[in-house]
Write a protein that binds this ligand. Structure first.
Ligand SMILES: Cc1cc2nc3c(=O)[nH]c(=O)nc-3n(C[C@H](O)[C@H](O)[C@H](O)COP(=O)(O)OP(=O)(O)OC[C@H]3O[C@@H](n4cnc5c(N)ncnc54)[C@H](O)[C@@H]3O)c2cc1C
Length: 488
């Protein structure tokens, strides 16, 4: 239902930005620098969203031929012209960050772990155009280890006359007689606040990682947990839908495997620094090459529904490892994800064994009994795998020879892993001007979006593609919003 235009607005500004993460900050800075007055509404007590807990690298195409690669990943879900624009603008994100005081540089991440490690280049190097991308990062000032992208963006917001209203979730867009967006109704304390946007509203309120109904409807399996910021509950999707936006890319995700425990809202992004692990399904069998996974697409590999048994046989996945693997490194590296500052995982995983997060068995049979998988099947699986390790060849799934290390030092351990979202990609459809469009492809007047909410990645995702998108479309949205003719 359309929200009634209030008799009196509580606040009036040129541009309202909904959501203070990466895309919101870029949009706000740009609009402010173009002379617009800007109010940012943020649901959480502080800004940052998922941007604050990300790995902090973003892709930089080195040639327009990278379009071929993005087109392959989008598989027809995003128009080639929009991909061209995204690729072209992504080449210059470093210049924009420099213009606000950042020190970006091309870097080659070293893959330090299996399953959750950043890859040095493109995720699918065999695809055409894959060779035309590098990753960028901001140089950290001497003596700091923290991520620097969010501090750079937020300090730039603070330097400008931008009003940031935290603890103020936007609830609804307010439209005028022609369907144009003229303001926002938000919750503030126990009351409502009505903010007039004389030029435009920019939706930058992230994904729907914590909206159970949307995940049930759109994602390929359940449950789906998340590493992202828990305030990302699909509010922007609903607000945009209510004013007639078309949705796109709703089933697309960037998702890996995580460990989830009720004490924490977010899942833990688990990784294996050592080769001493395998994944088994609920039948106690291996089902893929565990060391050859692209960490943003793992969920798509496990979300397989077995209609004969009416179940997802690979959910949960059990990561099985031995004593030597257990001692080598913590399963949670705490370098990204919402839990990264909330919990310190013990270096040898012993605390998590005592907590019951990791299950221990003196023998494989005991471990199988405890995790309720078929004991003889798990024993067969382990002895077959160890045999492959001796041979130096995984005859079942082709795991690389250098990753074949036998699991032969008891006791044995298992941790349950579930599909877990870095991010969702779906949301209101946007065009090359960052305008939100309706199902006929016509822009909804004065409504823009940027960032993860309705991102360009419609099928498979290229790691480090979302922060690039926050900068590219945040900048376009901010510029166009500031250029709108103001309402009376
Ligand atoms: C563990 C992890 C690592 C990642 N690493 C990388 C990486 O290295 N490179 C990369 O490119 N991407 C990475 N990503 C993905 C990337 O971080 C996100 O896609 C991106 O930061 C999203 O930015 P955003 O501005 O669109 O949303 P966010 O940064 O999530 O900001 C959205 C903001 O909107 C607020 N909000 C929500 N609803 C409302 C409302 N109703 N009213 C007001 N405010 C609202 C939220 O509180 C939040 O602050 C990673 C993600 C995760 C989880």
């Amino acid at each position: 239902m359309r929200v009634t235009i209030p008799g009196k607005w509580d606040i009036e500004t040129d541009v309202v930005v909904v959501g203070y993460g990466g895309a919101g900050a870029v949009a706000a800075i740009t609009a402010s620098d173009r002379g617009a007055s800007v109010v940012i509404l943020e649901k959480a007590p502080t800004g940052g969203g998922t941007t604050k807990v990300a790995g902090g690298g973003w892709l930089r195409p080195t040639d327009m031929r990278f379009c071929q690669y993005v087109e392959k990943l989008c598989a027809g879900t995003t128009e080639p012209e929009l991909i061209r624009l995204f690729v072209e603008k992504s080449m210059k994100t470093g210049d924009w960050l420099k213009s606000i005081g950042g020190d970006p540089y091309d870097f080659k991440p070293v893959q330090i772990s299996y399953v959750a490690g950043p890859l040095p280049g493109a995720s699918y190097p065999w695809l055409p155009g894959a060779e035309f991308m590098v990753k960028m990062k901001l140089r950290k000032p001497a003596g700091t280890e923290d991520e620097v992208l969010w501090p750079l963006l937020s300090s730039n917001v603070e330097k400008r006359p931008i009003k940031v209203m935290t603890n103020t979730p936007a609830e609804d867009l307010i439209t005028g007689p022609k369907g144009e967006v003229i303001g926002v109704r938000a919750q503030r304390g126990a009351g409502k606040v009505f903010i007039k946007a004389k030029k435009a509203v920019i939706l930058t309120c992230g994904g729907f990682e914590y909206d159970e109904a949307m995940k049930n409807d759109y994602l390929p399996c359940r449950p789906f947990y998340a590493f992202a910021d828990p305030n990302c509950t699909g509010d922007g999707v609903r607000m945009a839908q209510k004013v007639g936006a078309a949705l796109w890319h709703m089933p697309a995700t960037s998702a890996a495997l995580g460990f989830k425990t009720p004490e924490y809202v977010a899942a833990f992004n688990v990784s294996f620094v050592t080769e001493r692990f395998i994944f088994v399904n609920r039948d106690g069998k291996r089902f893929l090459d565990e060391a050859g996974l692209e960490d943003h697409e793992i969920a798509t590999r496990v979300c397989v529904f077995d209609t004969a048994r009416w179940t997802y046989p690979q959910i949960p996945v059990y990561a099985v490892f031995d004593e030597a693997g257990r001692k080598k490194a913590p399963l949670f590296q705490a370098n990204s994800g919402f839990n990264r500052t909330l919990y310190k995982w013990s270096p040898d995983n012993s605390v998590e064994i005592n907590k019951g997060w990791i299950t221990k068995g003196k023998t494989i049979a005991e471990l199988a009994r405890k995790i309720k998988v078929n004991g003889p099947a798990l024993e067969r699986c382990l002895s077959q795998y160890n045999e492959f390790c001796k041979m130096g060849r995984d005859a079942d799934f082709g795991r690389a020879a250098e990753a074949l290390v036998p699991l032969d030092t008891p006791p044995y351990y298992a941790i349950e892993l579930y599909p877990s979202l870095c991010n969702t990609q779906g949301g209101p459809r946007r065009d090359g001007e960052s305008r939100v469009v309706n199902p006929d492809g016509k822009p909804i007047p004065r409504l823009y979006s940027a960032g993860e909410l309705g991102s360009v990645w419609g099928f498979l995702y290229q790691g480090s593609g979302n922060l690039a998108e926050c900068i590219v479309f945040g900048e376009i949205a901010g510029r166009n919003a500031a250029a709108e003719e103001p309402l009376e």
